[in-house]
Design a protein around this ligand. Structure first.
Ligand code: ZN
Length: 328
């Protein structure tokens, strides 16, 4: 398999986007490390797409990323979600700091992937020139999500537009969250797991059907609020580097939709893997209950995340968004 950055660079080249080259003194990116929030994710998935380059390599190639099948304005502002975000003269922490942005600041810019480091940086206008901020400190709301929230309060199921590049407000919380009966979860009684009402019905029906077939898996991660994702993400970036791909930025996690679950198996005590019979069962039957695996081996370039056999999103019977969007 080609390394991830090269694969995406090729995909973007196919889209007719040009790469630019900058120079900097780069160090070796930190290796991915495990931490408490992701202890159930199989080790072989962690850091799988971290791009390693030779120590002392000097050049940086940036490729603009602009993926939105719905055609939102690529200059839609990014919002700072960390207390202080450094503005740098180039797309790497080895460049000098030329200023800072504070929490809540909105800023427009071009989203670049740095091929050598596999980091994402946003090129912004700065003092009559340009400067760069790390994507790890900002999030961006898709205008369609905002319009739907304004009109309906809750995002219509199957029409939520959430991926690495587009998200929902960190404050968004569906108002129809309901408790998943504990026997369908990987938790002991007393710990409350929430999903949207319709999804609780769907996931319990799915697991009931699996049980009838003698297969057992449970809901291991349910709804997660924007602020809790913010805490998890900031810690994962700190521990595993700016190019980690297993943790979604706040506002960009499907778990915040209340429609998405991670499944684990009581048999193995960990998240589902491709080779597990429990995974094979969900892969065969999940879609007839409205669930699809979000991150597969086939859409790594489009989603920007690692393959996740345990992560399933409820789209309802008839997703109203385009097939193109389903890739994300
Ligand atoms: Zn997940």
């Amino acid at each position: 398999m080609p390394n991830r950055a090269t694969g995406r660079q090729m995909a973007l080249a196919a889209m007719g986007l040009a790469a630019a080259v900058l120079t900097a003194g780069l160090g070796v990116p930190p290796a991915a490390a495990c931490c408490e929030d992701i202890e159930m994710i199989p080790q072989e998935y962690l850091g799988r797409y971290v791009h390693q380059h030779a120590p002392g390599e000097k050049s940086l190639t940036v490729v603009p990323v602009d993926i939105d099948p719905l055609g939102a304005d690529p200059m839609t502002p990014w919002i700072v979600h960390v207390s202080t975000l450094n503005v740098r003269s180039g797309p790497s922490t080895s460049f000098s700091i030329v200023g800072t942005l504070s929490n809540g600041t909105a800023v427009s810019g071009i989203y670049n992937l740095v091929v050598e480091s596999d980091e994402e940086w946003i090129e912004i206008e700065w003092n009559d020139g340009t400067a760069h901020i790390s994507r790890t400190g900002v999030y961006r709301i898709h205008p369609t999500n905002q319009a739907n929230i304004d009109e309906f309060g809750n995002l219509p199921i199957g029409q939520e537009l959430v991926n690495r590049w587009w998200g929902v407000p960190i404050s968004y919380e569906p108002d129809d969250l309901a408790e998943v009966p504990w026997e369908y979860t990987a938790q002991s009684p007393g710990r409350v797991y929430l999903l949207r009402e319709e999804v609780v019905e769907a996931v319990t029906a799915l697991i009931d059907a699996a049980w009838e077939d003698g297969v057992d898996f449970r809901v291991s991660s349910p709804y997660r609020s924007g602020p809790s994702q913010q805490t998890i993400y900031n810690r994962n970036v700190q521990n595993s580097g700016l190019n980690q791909r297993f943790s979604a930025p706040p506002g960009h996690s499907e778990h915040q939709l209340g429609t998405t679950v991670d499944f684990s198996s009581p048999r193995t005590g960990r998240f589902l893997r491709n080779e597990d019979p429990e995974y094979e069962w969900v892969a065969e039957h999940g879609e007839s209950f409205g669930f699809r695996q979000s991150y597969t081996a086939d859409n790594i370039e489009e989603t920007g995340y690692i393959e996740e056999p345990w992560h399933w999103r409820y789209w309802g019977e008839e997703p109203e968004v385009s097939d193109g969007w389903l890739l994300y």
